[in-house]
Design a protein around this ligand. Structure first.
Ligand SMILES: [Zn+2]
Length: 319
């Protein structure tokens, strides 16, 4: 599976903290991203197999000698509501630069040197300091763990019914629902009004159940499919009144929206769910902001650049 990644190389070799490398130390140098490689190589990709193997798991505690490496990118960050508009306004130019660079990198690209990382991090702190007041609604499981956060993205309207699971409208014959008409007529929508859950039928949108606490039970042996999405037969029970509703839906699952085929079984349905309000922060508006702090901090800590790449076209080394 191809993904966008960012990483920061560790400094263990420079700091004398690695095991003994399989080639003489005098023959090891650094590439411009801070990765160790053989002097004779143009990039670490050209290194001998034994050095590859050493870097991968024997050199130090860091896999591939990267202090941080995670799936990350910031597509469409400008569309992240108020936060996106504010960053794009020019008030946070260094943060904007890092986000912009991550949007376009396929081959290994330096998103930030430590100096830029430090400026971007201080802008991120400032952005959090001026975070909007107000709240967002989140869904909790029976143990108090967050199932979905946030529900109220700043750029989505949320009066009345706000959906927790979209149901796709298109029933054109060329886009096939893998199901009978009878089952399609049992499609249901799950959403919220305030902190109450609402179950509606689809496509009539009539409310058929409303409750502050729901128990859900999914039958994953009974699925219908549309395009790349799956809907399971789920029974919702109002834990206050005991009233039950059954229909086909993506349900309320960890991770939230749009479960594609094959994911339904892996993303567990929490049994009992409630909703509550918590303070809203900027990272709720732009997913990419939730991870960026640790990357910027790693670059500042190590003095190595923050490198982005797409695994389709790169291993994160110069080519
Ligand atoms: Zn290391």
């Amino acid at each position: 599976m191809s993904e966008s990644y960012v990483y920061v190389a560790c400094t263990c070799f420079r700091d004398g903290l690695t095991t003994e490398p399989p080639v003489p130390r005098s023959k090891i140098v650094f590439d411009k991203y801070g990765n160790v490689m053989q002097r004779r190589s143009e990039t670490p990709e050209d290194d001998s197999r034994k050095l590859w193997k050493w870097r991968r798991k024997h050199a130090c505690a860091h896999r591939y000698m990267r202090i941080v490496e995670e799936i990350w990118s910031a597509p469409h960050w400008r569309e992240g509501g108020e936060a996106g508009a504010l960053i794009a306004s020019g008030r946070f130019p260094h943060l904007a630069l890092v986000l912009d660079r991550s949007e376009v990198c396929s081959r290994a690209t330096i998103l930030a040197y430590p100096e830029l990382a430090a400026l971007a991090l201080s802008e991120l702190d400032e952005l959090h300091r001026i975070s909007p007041q107000g709240t967002t609604r989140i869904v909790l499981d029976e143990d108090g763990n967050t199932v979905i956060r946030p529900v109220d993205y700043a750029h989505l309207p949320s009066p009345g019914f706000s959906s927790l699971n979209d149901v796709y409208e298109n029933r054109e014959p060329d886009i096939r629902w893998d199901s009978s008409e009878e089952k399609l007529n049992q499609l249901i929508e799950v959403g919220f009004d305030g902190t109450e859950f609402i179950i509606r039928n689809h496509p009539g949108h009539e409310e058929i159940l409303r409750s502050s606490a729901l128990r859900q039970q999914a039958d994953l042996s009974d699925l219908i499919r549309w395009s790349i999405w799956e809907y399971a037969r789920v029974t919702f029970e109002d834990t206050n009144s005991g009233m039950r509703v059954t229909g086909y839906t993506q349900g309320i699952r960890r991770g939230g929206y749009n479960v594609t085929i094959g994911q339904m079984e892996r993303q567990a349905f929490p049994g009992r769910v409630t909703a509550t309000e918590v303070p809203r922060v900027w990272t709720d508006d732009i997913w990419a902001l939730s991870g960026i702090r640790s990357f910027l901090a790693a670059s500042i800590l190590t003095g190595n650049p923050l490198v982005g790449y797409h695994s389709n076209s790169s291993l994160g080394f110069e080519q």
